[in-house]
Design a protein around this ligand. Sequence first.
Ligand SMILES: Cc1cc2nc3c(=O)[nH]c(=O)nc-3n(C[C@H](O)[C@H](O)[C@H](O)COP(=O)(O)OP(=O)(O)OC[C@H]3O[C@@H](n4cnc5c(N)ncnc54)[C@H](O)[C@@H]3O)c2cc1C
Length: 496
Amino acid sequence: MVDDILLRKLADKTHMDQWTRLINSVDASQFQIYPSMVFVPEDVTDVINICQYAYGKETPLTPRGGGTGLLGQALTKGIVVDISKHLNRIIETDENHVVVEPGVVKAVLDKELKKKGKFLPPDPSSSNFCTIGGMIANNSSGAHTLQYGSTIDFVEELDVVYSDGSKSTIGSSIELDQRCTSLLPIVLTKLGLIAASFPDTSKNSSGFRLDALIRNGSYFPQRVFAAAEGTLGIITKAKLRTVDIPQFVTLLVCVFFNLVGLLQSVPKILSFRPSAVELLSFGHLSSDMGQHIEKGLTDLPTIYVELCGESMARLEQQVDRCRSALKQRCISIELLSDTTSCNAAWKERRNSLNHILRVSDGNKKAIGIIEDTVVKPSLLEEYIPFVQGIYDKYKLDYVMYGHIGNGNIHTRPLINVQSVQGERVLEHLAGEVFLKVKELNGSISAEHGDGLARSRYIGEMFGVDTYRLFVQVKKIFDKKNIMNPGKKCCLLSKTI
Ligand SMILES: Cc1cc2nc3c(=O)[nH]c(=O)nc-3n(C[C@H](O)[C@H](O)[C@H](O)COP(=O)(O)OP(=O)(O)OC[C@H]3O[C@@H](n4cnc5c(N)ncnc54)[C@H](O)[C@@H]3O)c2cc1C
């Protein structure tokens, strides 16, 4: 009764029409789920109220930002809470920080920070649409994560609303709330297990990031929300660290004779401490599909190597050394240093996925399941030919590109998942590739997350004991399993 009075109070922010539900039934994944309603909060009090309502009714609640998630993270048959419409202010900036509401779009924030010579380095290709809340919840990253780190490395403080409607501010120098207090001993008593079961990679968005909570004897509870996909609480405010925009930047466009030479060169390139090393799209496509994306595909294996610094003279020396080290293996190395050329080159790289997502041949589409694996860069020589071998085995066309400097490869097979056979192939392919990723101590997701597509693999990837820890974490923060159920780990029988 109280719940229904509450809902009536929130009626003008609640949408149950077919059109709004349709828009919110999809994201950038291959899934579609209609929510029962879409709630558009105007302030934190609205967020608290809708949480209290959902808690009372035991209805699933899923926060949503730009809806650009690639694995169905923001989809639910319960209530979608659209954070992007109103909770999108940049609240304040100081020398090294910015405080924002979670619905602010990354590109809007970039523009504002640029005026002060600052930036927030994680740079997803979807920056024109994705929100800071979504970036934190997926622990997003991008080309410049190689030098600077992923979103998790920039989150200093968070305001969150938990599923029961209680509100908390979380940070390493803030008094711990009851949930973050309960989390601490779980992590402290299992540091060995966590170290042994987490991937040995420079980025990871799979599972809960228990490996990042204790550093140099300090506890960073806010980091448990990074990569949590809205399963622990709704972020309503974030304080993020910002850094100076580098003074001088040079981009080398290196075209290699072959992929083997490219992969063998990665560890050497990394010794020059580049700010980004990116693989441009290549693939194997039958002629029909090739026409669709040939514009966005390279014929020969090509990478971007970006070097940056505060001294032009030192940067030039570094560029020369890097060029000499690569020239034997490259057909050409083009040097770009003016802003217009660099921006044009980066635009091409940023559009890789946009282009690929549009490819279809009848019911065959570029499907994301193994599209975000990461291994140590020195292992790519073994890993990439392995994946190509699996594609050959199942006679699949594919595309491949990504953040090769981090060992993070974005690759998608073209499969008809409407057919039983296509679904079966995808299942086998994922099983075989993920097993290899585990053997190489990598992760099934470097930056895109687990969502609907990959959450079921988490137990196998981390092992049963660590999966139990994840379940404990979920119980601490959301014991009734209200917040985005079915993502990350499963509690009770409730799904999505
Ligand atoms: C063309 C394209 C290119 C992309 N390139 C990249 C890339 O380079 N790097 C990369 O990392 N990703 C990339 N992505 C994936 C995606 O854009 C990012 O993960 C992005 O950060 C998601 O943000 P969003 O606002 O769209 O989140 P949504 O999709 O709306 O939500 C993602 C998750 O965040 C949760 N969430 C949203 N807001 C909140 C909140 N306030 N509190 C708690 N949880 C919340 C949702 O519940 C959901 O689980 C790309 C996607 C596309 C379509």
